[in-house]
Ligand binder design. Structure first.
Ligand SMILES: O=C(O)CC1=CCC(=O)O1
Length: 295
């Protein structure tokens, strides 16, 4: 695996990487952003390139896996506080962010191999892995395949079985286009109040969905349709946190409670006032819950 810093990439004249330091982080609430020049590494995986952002340079490693349609920057609101005494990494899942247009179709097993490939690339033997939504599906798939690479598992607003709706979301992207995905997605992801306020996190999510391409969108939903972990969760044997949002209309607290029930010894918590996109609407609650779990 090759890890190349953004500075190296820039020196080599790779124009695509130059756009990385002019992007979203500066638009976020800067109270959660100490350093607005996140360390970004270019990482080559088996069949595509991606980027890994890093905060903190010592301590246990934490790897964050983002939701469908977004990118690593959805973790930006919690990365700095998590990075106190830890090394925190967040990467772009294939078909997302700087890894848009990577080979498709693909499977959840491919995304799990990518996760392990990221760990290899950053030189981390075992990480605390935190996945939200699609990222939780990826984290579960990697955990059942390679539990030895996990120090713990935190599952935020996710599912352990595919929903019937996934194919409809894939085909709607292809037939109706990405603009048509914005309203239904954001309504599932945020509270009505956050949508009315239309703050930077909502704007970020809207821009990412609108700016995405329908091939990547459909490929992700179709990969998610193949999620197949439920029968193997009981044997995981990892310290596990299952974190639900009280107002999550997609992966409801009931769904999340069921996942926790299938993972012996797991901790289950419901964050008050929190919708599906936990880190974007309630970053303080998420950071506190993760910090307590990781402690
Ligand atoms: O509803 C969504 O947009 C995302 C989602 C469905 C199941 C899951 O884990 O995330």
């Amino acid at each position: 695996m090759t890890v190349t810093s953004l500075a190296d990439a820039r020196m080599r004249g790779l124009a695509t990487w130059m756009s990385l330091d002019t992007g979203f982080p500066r638009q976020l609430d800067t109270t959660t952003v100490v350093d607005d020049q996140p360390q970004l590494h270019r990482v080559r995986l088996a069949d595509h390139d991606t980027v890994v952002a890093q905060r903190g340079d010592s301590g246990p490693a934490v790897l964050l896996v983002h939701a469908l349609g977004l990118d690593w920057q959805m973790w930006e609101p919690v990365m700095d506080s998590l990075a106190v005494g830890r090394r925190v990494f967040a990467y772009d899942v294939r078909g997302h962010g700087m890894a848009a247009g990577s080979p498709s179709p693909y499977t959840m097993a491919d995304t799990a191999r990518d996760l392990i490939g990221v760990l290899d690339a950053i030189g981390v033997e075992r990480a605390h892995v935190v996945g939200l939504s699609f990222g939780g599906g990826i984290a579960q798939t990697a955990a059942v395949a390679a539990p030895e690479r996990f120090a713990s598992l935190a599952l935020l607003a996710t599912t352990d079985v595919p929903f019937d709706a996934f194919e409809g979301r894939a085909s709607s992207g292809e037939t109706d286009g990405m603009a048509a995905q914005v309203a239904p997605s954001l309504t599932r992801w945020f509270t009505a109040n956050a949508l009315a306020v239309n703050g930077e996190s909502v704007q970020y999510a809207r821009e990412r969905v609108l700016g995405g391409n329908s091939t990547d969108w459909a490929a992700a939903w179709r990969a998610f349709k193949g999620l197949d972990v439920r029968g193997r969760l009981a044997g995981l044997g990892l310290p596990t946190l299952v974190l639900a949002g009280e107002h999550d209309v997609s992966t409801t607290p009931e769904i999340m409670r069921g996942i926790a029930a299938r993972i012996p010894g797991s901790q289950f918590r419901v964050l008050p006032g929190t919708p599906h996109m936990q880190t974007l609407e309630q970053p303080g609650l998420v950071a506190a819950a993760l910090a307590e779990f990781l402690r």
